[in-house]
Design a protein around this ligand. Structure first.
Ligand code: FDA
Length: 502
């Protein structure tokens, strides 16, 4: 094939001994750009100014990955791993500064093997969440899995950075349900839970895979779901009292029974209450009238369905089907627009007058939106140090801020500034010391690594690291020091290595 030419390029020559040339792409290959673009989910990182890889490798098995890592180290080519490509800062396929790197695109390593008898599954990192949910739903109507809402998100990035969705109050995060994993480390070794060591196995469940190697697959514990779930979507506008209802929601939602999740999307002047209840409408009605009468919920809002049907319904809308979960290029409007996002955690309810100001700010031209995910119950019951993800007991809810723009209309400077100003405005109302943030909602405004002596600086990384990981940052750095002391696997926000005796 036309891809890998037999040049005197050390990296290519090294690969060619063990990887078929049709799995290796250089910039001169006609397929290079379409392949690079295939899972770019934020088009602001697909411009002429974007620092792109020199090579893309699409391994189909573990030995290809081992070879790519070995060849990369030998020839001074770094590797960025891409599973689903949803990284908010594009770090799986672009670099901020000039860098010689290859993208290892895992989209061909994406099997899902469900053992319904044992209620477990092995899922490869290149699978999407939709492919995982679909396979689980096919294998059993009584099993589900607690992870994110968007079906095109990749398992590799999502699991290694945490992962939460509509089942978070009942079953916690994706990482709380990972029981084994397969990792290729910087020495090219193929490791499992038992051979990678307990600190590394801990680290890849929330600390970001990119710092520790290439996670090839994950074994997960599947969770029981009832035969009927109830979904609702209830919009409340500002003129209908949204400020009061959202203010009240802050106390109600994190304290509800664990089988009821009510999140809120606040956009322009509407608070959209989106819910998944693990039970029937008849069972939901009395809970709503006793716990949250302010929402004025009634039977007409109930949509009963199976859990697997609820997954596309909630994210893709009422016209979608379970088969849509298999569509890896679902063009949700988000992928046509550039966007900027960031996050916060709220530990004390925000006063009503601040909510009134927030609604006024959301009414302005070029304003963004807020997604509020309530915590409590299972997600809060896990100790802060059990996984790298530390935002647990005491968190009322997570906020995600997002703002979008049409790439044809501009570079997003106005929308990005709106996010930054809004983030500054929110400071008094959210967690502090550190101001916590969700690693999977990556934001380089929180800080970037500084390279000292050819490794990322532990000290400099604390600025962003403690926001994502609190006190777990240090243990992550020690796990990094153990598995990749030379800092081969790194990006602008990877965990810096720390020697154990420091
Ligand atoms: P991508 O391939 O871009 O990787 C992200 C990072 O992980 C990169 O640094 C990459 O190098 C690294 N990585 C990827 N695969 C790896 C592997 N196999 N081994 C080692 N490192 C690897 N989150 C959430 O919790 N709940 C939600 O509901 C949503 N919803 C959502 C919707 C949309 C539209 C987007 C764009 C994002 C979300 N997210 C989310 C955030 C999502 O969880 C986050 O962006 C994940 O990191 C995406 O994983 P991908 O594999 O798709 O990303």
């Amino acid at each position: 094939s036309s891809q890998a030419s037999s040049s005197d390029d050390g990296f290519l020559n090294c690969l060619s001994a063990s990887i078929p040339s049709q799995l290796v792409f250089t910039r001169s290959s006609p397929s290079f750009t379409p392949l690079l673009k295939s899972s770019i989910r934020n088009p602001k990182f697909f411009t002429p100014a974007t620092v792109r890889p020199l090579y893309i490798v699409t391994p189909t098995n573990a030995s290809h990955v081992q070879t790519a890592v070995g060849c990369g180290r030998r020839s001074g080519v770094r590797i960025r791993v891409r599973s689903g490509g949803h990284d908010y800062e594009g770090l799986s396929y672009r670099a901020v500064r000039n860098e010689t790197f290859a993208v290892l695109d895992l989209s061909s390593i994406r099997a899902v093997r469900v053992d319904a008898q044992a209620s477990t599954a092995w899922v490869d990192s290149g699978a999407t969440l939709g492919e995982l949910y679909y396979a689980v739903g096919k294998a059993s109507g009584q099993l589900g899995f607690p992870a994110g809402l968007c079906p095109t998100v990749g398992v590799g990035g999502h699991f290694s950075g945490g992962g939460f969705g509509m089942l978070l109050r009942k079953y916690g995060m994706a990482i709380d349900n990972v029981i084994d994993a397969v990792l290729v480390d910087a020495r090219g070794r193929l490791l499992s839970k038992n051979t990678m060591g307990s600190d590394v196995f801990w680290a890849i469940r929330g600390g970001g895979g990119e710092s520790f190697g290439v996670v090839l697959s994950w074994q997960v514990r599947l969770v029981p779901v009832p035969p009927t779930v109830t979904v609702f979507n209830l919009p409340v506008t500002a003129s209908q009292g949204a400020v009061d209802v959202v203010t009240r929601w802050q106390q109600v939602a994190p304290a509800l029974p664990d089988d009821l999740m009510i999140r809120v999307v606040v956009q322009q002047q509407t608070a959209n209450f989106q819910s998944l209840f693990l039970g029937t409408c008849d069972a939901l009605l009395p809970v709503m009238s006793s716990r949250f009468p302010e929402l004025r919920f009634n039977r007409s809002y109930c949509r009963e369905m199976t859990w697997i049907q609820s997954v596309p319904y909630i994210y893709l809308g009422s016209g979608s089907t379970v088969e849509d979960l298999l569509n890896r290029t679902t063009s949700a409007s988000v992928f046509a627009s550039g966007y900027k996002a960031t996050s916060d955690y709220v530990r004390r309810a925000i006063p009503r007058d601040a909510w009134a100001t927030i609604f006024a700010k959301l009414a302005k031209p070029n304003a963004g939106l807020m997604i509020l995910d309530p915590y409590g119950a299972a997600i809060g019951a896990v100790p802060e140090s059990a996984t790298p993800y530390p935002h647990r007991a005491g968190v009322l809810y997570n906020i995600q801020y997002m703002n979008f723009w049409s790439m044809a209309a501009g570079d997003g400077a106005v929308q990005t500034k709106w996010i930054r100003d809004f983030y500054a405005f929110m400071e008094p109302y959210v967690s502090s010391s550190p101001r916590e943030a969700y690693f999977n909602y990556r934001d380089l405004d929180l800080g970037e690594n500084v390279i000292v002596g050819n490794v990322s600086s532990y000290q400099a990384g604390m600025v962003w690291g403690q926001k994502y990981f609190k006190d777990n940052y240090k243990r992550l750095a020690m796990a990094k020091g153990e598995i990749d002391p030379d800092d081969y696997f790194r990006n602008e926000q990877s965990i810096p290595p720390l020697a154990k005796n420091k």
